[in-house]
Design a protein around this ligand. Structure first.
Ligand SMILES: [Fe+2]
Ligand SMILES: [Fe+2]
Length: 290
């Protein structure tokens, strides 16, 4: 089984945003950040090239751990839906969970802009709309999607899962038909602290780790930090690998920052190999990082 993981494309589009969209102080502050910082670094063209590269690989499933957009604006979600629509596997073969930028404002969250535009990629088996946690069974793979995002106040980029979601996730992960598959858990915020600033971390990460130590999982994937990161947390039968991936749209000559995605090769219940495909600025295409 071959599974690709990308995250944090932060697609930009303020073209048809209305004045009302900028009424939120957070959107205003975020817009300045976009204008002066992100817009130069996160390029839609890089992400479009990533999608082309994904389509050239022999993959069974693709997963994304959120921050599809920047300011939670409707045009950004339309652009995200258009680009994700180009992935050949289609919504049944592509699984998404939201990030904090997908719920950037209270309006984005209450209007369910992520779920309306991208819900087909975040709907569990037997469900008609996204509800977290969700579960998708695909051949030998079981994907559990968690939502750690919420409309955090200005200055915060933290996440939380909450006891109800953790209980429901534990119930999903311990089902018989799930335990006999390769159990992949998706969450936007890292379940361990890689970068020490409290305002951007997962608040109930210890509760998540405790739940996974009881229930077990074969791999946990996350985004949010815009860096490749690796950790391991205790599981019932040994440690569980926790792997984060850098941004899917970052246009940078440095190979440790440039837009990238990971490909996981899985045999039965074992993770056999992880490779990174990275944006090569000079060649204007993605290639394997060696
Ligand atoms: Fe992000
Ligand atoms: Fe994030």
């Amino acid at each position: 089984m071959r599974i690709a993981h990308f995250s944090d494309p932060h697609l930009l589009d303020v073209s048809s945003a209305t004045l009302r969209d900028f009424a939120s102080a957070k959107v205003l502050a975020g817009s300045l950040n976009v204008v002066f910082n992100r817009a130069r670094k996160h390029r839609t063209e890089c992400f479009a090239a990533l999608v082309d590269d994904l389509n050239a690989q022999d993959l069974d499933h693709v997963v994304c751990t959120g921050d599809l957009v920047n300011l939670g604006l409707r045009p950004e979600f339309q652009r995200a839906a258009e680009l994700l629509g180009r992935i050949r596997l289609g919504p049944a073969g592509v699984t998404l969970v939201p990030g904090n930028h997908d719920y950037y404002t209270a309006a984005a969250m209450t209007e369910q802009r992520f779920e309306r535009a991208l819900g087909a990629y975040a709907t569990g088996d037997g469900q008609t709309r996204p509800d977290y946690p969700f579960l998708r069974l695909r051949d030998d793979l079981a994907v559990a999607g968690l939502c750690s995002a919420y409309a955090s106040p200005l200055g915060l980029a933290d996440g939380r899962l909450g006891p109800a979601q953790l209980r429901a996730a534990e119930a999903l992960l311990t089902r018989v038909e799930v335990r006999e598959r390769f159990r992949l858990v998706l969450v936007h915020h890292p379940p361990v602290v890689h970068r020490g600033w409290f305002a951007r971390n997962l608040r109930d990460r210890e509760a998540l780790q405790a739940m996974l130590a009881r229930a077990g999982a074969d791999l946990v994937l996350h985004g949010h930090d815009h860096h490749d990161e690796r950790a391991a947390i205790p599981g019932p039968g040994g440690s569980i690998p926790v792997i984060g991936v850098g941004s899917a749209s970052y246009d940078d000559w440095r190979l440790d920052r440039a837009a990238r995605y990971h490909v996981f090769e899985i045999a039965g219940r074992k993770l056999v190999r992880v490779t990174t495909r990275v944006w090569d600025r000079d060649a204007d295409r993605f290639r394997e990082l060696v």
